[in-house]
Design a protein around this ligand. Structure first.
Ligand code: NAP
Length: 318
């Protein structure tokens, strides 16, 4: 495993991190979740990413992770970087989502209880809140660091401008914005326009989520929708209508370039997001052990020739 410095902080993260959004909830088989987490850790994946609402049902991924921590990983707490988030709907009423101080502090306390932890390593605001003053949300993050319940804080899906503002408020309070968690893959490139530049200037790390576009940038959907895939599950966030002919044509062409590099498409897709120096880690999901092996194997070759990058651009532009 390669460990990369997270922005200009002291913290290093593995180039591949594992997220527990799908396949680690109360509806999933605990032994499968346990096997994937332990396999990832054995391969040097020291960073596990959660959120209050991951499941289903919401909260159950944190409970699963807490059980595995207790049964298998308690002795390794100091070798792990555990993150969680609040921002999406978690409980009824006006205090169960978005970005108020009231919500963020209560949600983190609930997450710590579910995981059986005294602190998380990173706590994120999960999505920008159009109505709460950003200063309230960000000062709650500062308070969370000062309380010792998170060692670092980050933001997710904030625009470039919102990121600059959040970083400035945190800096004025004496706390660093450690990391930004945006969506980024060959099929969703919004961060290239200005967010990466802001992260570079501010010295903020970047961990990109859904680098495989939830499984689209793999061989999985080449011959239809497999019954055990995310797109086939009623609670999966990848919907069948997102698997368009246009995307599958691109996937087939991209696969040829990956093959010529001696990689699977999933591996090339991960290498491609990691080519930016600003990207600290690719945050993957998995439903079986082989997905984790594939992802870790991607690190063997993360450099691209100019011709390869041009060919990829041409395919994506079509
Ligand atoms: N901050 C946010 O708002 C936000 C939003 C979304 C996600 N996230 C974080 O990012 C993490 C990763 O997101 P993601 O799960 O969408 O990432 P992803 O890596 O793009 O997709 C993972 C899915 O792709 C499929 N897959 C992975 N490797 C494969 C392979 N080698 N061959 C075939 N299929 C493969 C599996 O789908 P199947 O399950 O179908 O097998 C797997 O569940 C989440 O767990 C979460 O921690 C954050």
């Amino acid at each position: 495993m390669q460990y990369k410095r997270c922005g200009r902080s002291g913290l290093k993260l593995p180039a591949i991190s594992l997220g527990l959004w799908h396949n680690f909830g109360g509806v999933d088989v605990l032994e499968d979740s346990r096997a994937m987490i332990l396999h990832a850790f054995d391969l040097g994946i020291t960073h596990f990413d959660l959120a209050n609402n991951y499941g289903p049902p919401p909260g159950s991924a944190e409970e699963t992770f807490g059980r595995i921590l207790q049964s298998d990983l308690a002795a390794y707490r100091d070798e792990l970087v555990i993150s969680t988030k609040a921002g999406y709907l978690m409980w009824p009423g006006p205090y169960g989502e978005w970005g108020s101080r009231k919500y963020l502090l209560a949600s983190l306390d609930q997450s710590l209880r579910r995981m059986g932890l005294d602190y998380v390593d990173v706590f994120y605001h999960h999505r920008p809140d159009p109505d709460t003053p950003i200063a309230e949300t960000i000062s709650a993050l500062d308070q969370i660091v000062r309380s010792g319940k998170a060692l670092y804080v980050g933001i997710s899906s904030y625009t470039a401008e919102q990121t600059r503002e959040a970083a400035a408020i945190l800096k004025s309070l004496g706390t660093r914005c450690l990391i930004h968690q945006p969506r980024y893959s060959m099929f969703d490139r919004w961060i290239e326009e200005s967010l990466l530049g802001v992260l570079n200037e501010e010295g903020i790390g970047c961990i990109v989520f859904s680098p495989l576009a939830q499984g689209l940038l793999t061989d999985k959907y080449l011959n239809g929708i497999p019954a055990d895939s995310r797109a086939a599950k009623p609670h999966g966030f990848l919907r069948p209508e997102q698997i368009t002919d246009d995307k599958i044509i691109k996937v087939r062409r991209l696969r040829e370039i990956a093959g010529a590099r001696g990689q699977r498409l999933s591996q090339m897709a991960l290498a491609w997001v990691l080519r930016h120096p600003e990207v600290t880690s690719a945050l993957i999901g998995a439903s079986r052990l082989g997905h984790i092996d594939d992802a870790v194997g991607a690190i063997q070759n993360v450099s691209f020739s100019r011709e390869e990058l041009q060919s990829i651009e041409q395919i994506l532009a079509r």
